[in-house]
Design a protein around this ligand. Structure first.
Ligand code: IVH
Length: 672
């Protein structure tokens, strides 16, 4: 007899939850994402057929619920307090002495003087409620007494178990922080900026903004993680006597906890842990702003009790701030490849989190206006890990009246041309084709790996060649003689010859790479591929009309108009003719109509490290089989090809129900 649907659903839910746990908590997946996806789809299908058997802890409940009109609020059974801070080793030692004095009278002196240290996450505090082991509710910290009910939002976090492992007391509140990991944050912000949306100042704001969504399907798309750091209210739970054991229990119950969890027995050791963990701070995947040090013995912690808003048994030993104040000396404009004018803050050098910062991004004109940043202002500068330093805000209370409102230039600082900023666009651009700054960036792009991939022609060399007036455009590269290069710094006769040979070799390329190399606005690699496939040769490409472009898949009005304005520009056209006069040969392009291919019409996203293929190689394979490669996961993605250390894209694909495959399955699709 075959298994009942109910049993099948039960088995699948447990199996999938187990694999989510292996993936998100232990980072040790045992099945491929494609296999996970297959089982997920099977569960989804069964649940649609037999909704009466759908379980509340089913992974399919994590995609978000209908939007709310407002959040309800609820009182915390036990207030969520804050912590006192120790800003340096002396203050930490003072805390130690304080606790010692308080506990002198207590027995069991040895255990009393064990402290447990863990990271202080720089995220958003939340409280999770479990009834009989089942996740039922989540609250924000709110004012510490009442929080907002954000159950549906929290349910979308894969690192929050919907059912506790190993324990199931009648009631248990797990407290912790929700955060954005640093790399996810960078990628997320980059995408927002690309789409003209306001960037988040830091991962904490991004986490907080994501949790505040009334529409939990938006939260579901954000790569949020939860880390547990303690227990709040509980009923009928058999809890251990020390904080260290409590953290082990939380971990066993299925949560992520601080990777630093260290017991220390004396003052010196404690200070050492604090100082050492500060050094490890940069290498962590998430932001921390200190360590939280808690008395290990929970009974004695109770004896120590609370002050007004904070407990006596714990302290937050803070690290040097990732934000510092400094003076904004000037604003410089950088001109990019497409002529985009980007404002860069010139700062009085300041140490931020251990690194000297003298420049920071200001994003664009609107950000300067919106934040009312003036030259001469004291500004808050922020950096952390790999995050690009940014000016967060001015400290307007410190103004003395000498600050100057910055007037964004209406001419290009490099070539003096009048800049253009079309209505509705955030970015002003220099329209001059011959602008040296713009051309420099265009040449760098032209020679780059995914464009013509000219070996030995990196940014530094190009800068020198432009500075020495050896080249003014990418066409000039093909006019260059080895003698012109061999005298330059870092070059000898042989290296000069190698470079000119590499340049000559670049004339044999694919039409797609060539179109991409031209650096036409909005024409990324994928669009270049589509254009090359459609046109088939460069002459046809040059005659494409707006209507024809609009008839192509994935080419919308914005891209079409950028291409036609490029093609219609007399100077660009002259430059292109000049370039082509050097005799490029293009590998034959497969035209879209040339017979069925295995991946025809399928869109792939590639993420993580594949065992044997570089991303470019995988991409070439997809494209030569008729598929497309996109850089971000959307509803239109057919497959996510995921390797090791896949990050937010994987999550996104999972929540969007995109099929996830590994390299082996990819080969199978290709029939290899
Ligand atoms: S324990 C009585 N442990 O820091 C408070 N808090 O100022 C007990 N935080 O908003 C909190 N990491 O959300 C604790 N490992 C950690 C923490 C941590 C971050 C936050 C917490 C609270 C703030 C306290």
């Amino acid at each position: 007899m075959s298994e009942s649907p109910e049993k099948k659903i039960d088995t699948l839910v447990e199996d999938l939850n187990h694999h989510l746990y292996l993936y998100y908590i232990l980072s040790k997946p045992e099945i491929s994402d494609a296999e996970y996806d297959r089982r997920y789809k099977e569960l989804e299908k069964l649940e649609t057929e037999y909704p009466e058997f759908k379980r509340s802890d089913s992974p399919t409940t994590r995609v978000g619920a209908p939007p709310l009109d407002a959040f309800e609020s609820q009182e915390h059974r036990i207030p969520m307090l804050s912590l006192d801070n120790a800003m340096n080793a002396e203050e930490l030692e003072a805390f130690y002495d304080r606790v010692e004095r308080f506990l002198e009278k207590e027995a069991d002196y040895k255990e009393a003087f064990t402290f447990c240290s863990e990271y202080k996450f720089d995220g958003v505090a939340v409280s999770l409620h479990y009834e009989n082991g089942e996740f039922v509710r989540a609250l924000t910290r709110g004012d510490g007494m009442r929080g907002e009910v954000i159950t549906e939002n929290i349910k979308t976090l894969r690192s929050v178990p919907l059912r506790l492992k190993e324990i199931a007391p009648p009631f248990l509140e797990v407290r912790g922080e929700v955060l954005f990991r640093k790399d996810d944050f960078e990628e997320f912000n980059r995408k927002r900026a690309e789409q003209g949306e306001e960037a988040f100042a830091n991962p904490r704001n991004a986490a907080s903004g994501s949790l505040r969504q009334l529409d939990s399907s938006i939260t579901a798309k954000r790569p949020l993680y939860f880390y547990g750091y303690g227990i709040g209210a509980h009923e009928g739970a058999d809890l251990p006597g020390t904080h260290y054991e409590l953290m082990q229990l939380i971990s066993k119950a299925g949560f992520l906890v601080s990777p630093l969890l260290e017991k220390t027995h004396d003052k010196k050791e404690l200070v050492k842990v604090y100082q050492k963990s500060e050094q490890r701070r940069e290498s962590l995947p998430f932001e921390v702003d200190g360590v939280v040090i808690k008395l290990n013995d929970l009974r004695l912690s109770d004896v120590l009790g609370l002050k007004q808003r904070s407990p006596r048994y714990a302290i937050a030993a803070k690290f040097a701030a990732a934000e510092e104040n400094t003076r904004l000396l000037d604003i410089k404009i950088q001109v990019g490849r497409t002529g985009a004018l980007t404002p860069v803050a010139v700062l009085e050098p300041v140490q931020v989190g251990g690194v000297t910062v003298s420049r920071a991004t200001l994003h664009n004109e609107d950000e300067i206006t919106r934040k009312d940043i003036r030259i001469g202002d004291t500004v808050v500068v922020r950096r952390q890990g790999d995050v690009i330093p940014a000016v967060v805000a001015p400290v307007s209370s410190l103004r003395d009246g000498t600050e100057k409102v910055y007037i964004f230039p209406d001419t290009c600082p490099e070539c003096g041309s009048k800049v253009v900023r079309p209505e509705g666009e955030a970015v002003a651009r220099c329209p001059n084709l011959k602008c040296p700054a713009k051309m420099l960036q265009r040449i760098i792009h032209f020679a780059s790996r995914n464009a013509l991939d000219i070996e030995g022609l990196g940014t530094k060399v190009i800068q020198t060649l432009v500075e020495k007036d050896i080249i003014c455009s990418f066409a000039d590269l093909y006019r260059m003689k080895p003698e012109q290069i061999s005298g330059l710094e870092g070059f000898g006769e042989l290296s000069a010859k190698n470079l000119t040979e590499a340049i000559t070799a670049s004339k044999e390329t694919s039409l797609a790479r060539f179109i991409f190399a031209l650096g036409i606005r909005h024409v990324g690699e994928r669009t270049a591929k589509i254009l090359a496939q459609h046109a088939g040769n460069i002459e046809t490409f040059r005659t494409l009309s707006e209507d024809e472009l609009l008839s192509l898949r994935e080419i919308g009005p914005e891209i079409a108009s950028a291409i036609t304005s490029y093609l219609g520009d007399e100077e660009e056209s002259e430059l292109l003719t000049d370039l082509l006069s050097f005799g490029f040969t293009f590998e034959s392009e497969t035209s879209a109509g040339e017979g069925e291919k295995v991946l025809d019409g399928l869109t792939f996203v590639i993420t993580g490290t594949l065992p044997d293929l570089s991303r470019n190689e995988a991409k070439d394979l997809v494209e030569s089989a008729g598929g497309r490669v996109s850089s971000s996961v959307s509803k239109k993605t057919d497959y996510l090809l995921a390797g090791e250390n896949a990050g937010s894209k994987l999550e996104k694909a999972q929540s969007a129900g995109v099929k996830i495959i590994d390299q082996g399955e990819f080969y199978e699709l290709l029939g290899l």
